[in-house]
Design a protein. Structure first.
Length: 95
């Protein structure tokens, strides 16, 4: 979810992760920070965004594929774009 003031992540404007076993009872994830509005592109270039919002997980045959975001560079919506972040399967050995 979008975390406008960093209430859940304590990291300022960004995105927070919640978890639920049944889709009804949600709790803050152990590591809730998904992303801040500063992104690092492949190759190492950093970019500060005005908005990083509408997080959605695309499902490919029922399995999470990329994480999708709507992004805006300056708040005027003149330079907005969509961003895809590939997801990895969770490590089965991780607690």
């Amino acid at each position: 979810m979008k975390d406008n003031a960093g209430y859940f992540t304590q990291r300022g404007k960004g995105t927070a992760l919640f978890e639920s076993a049944d889709g009804l009872d949600w709790k803050l994830a152990r590591h809730p920070l998904v992303a801040t509005t500063e992104i690092t592109w492949e190759g190492g270039r950093k970019q500060k965004l005005h908005s990083l919002e509408r997080p959605q997980v695309f499902l490919d045959r029922g399995k999470p594929a990329p994480l999708l975001f709507a992004c805006d560079e300056d708040g005027k919506r003149e330079h907005s774009f969509s961003m895809r972040i590939p997801l990895k399967a969770p490590d089965a050995a991780r607690p």
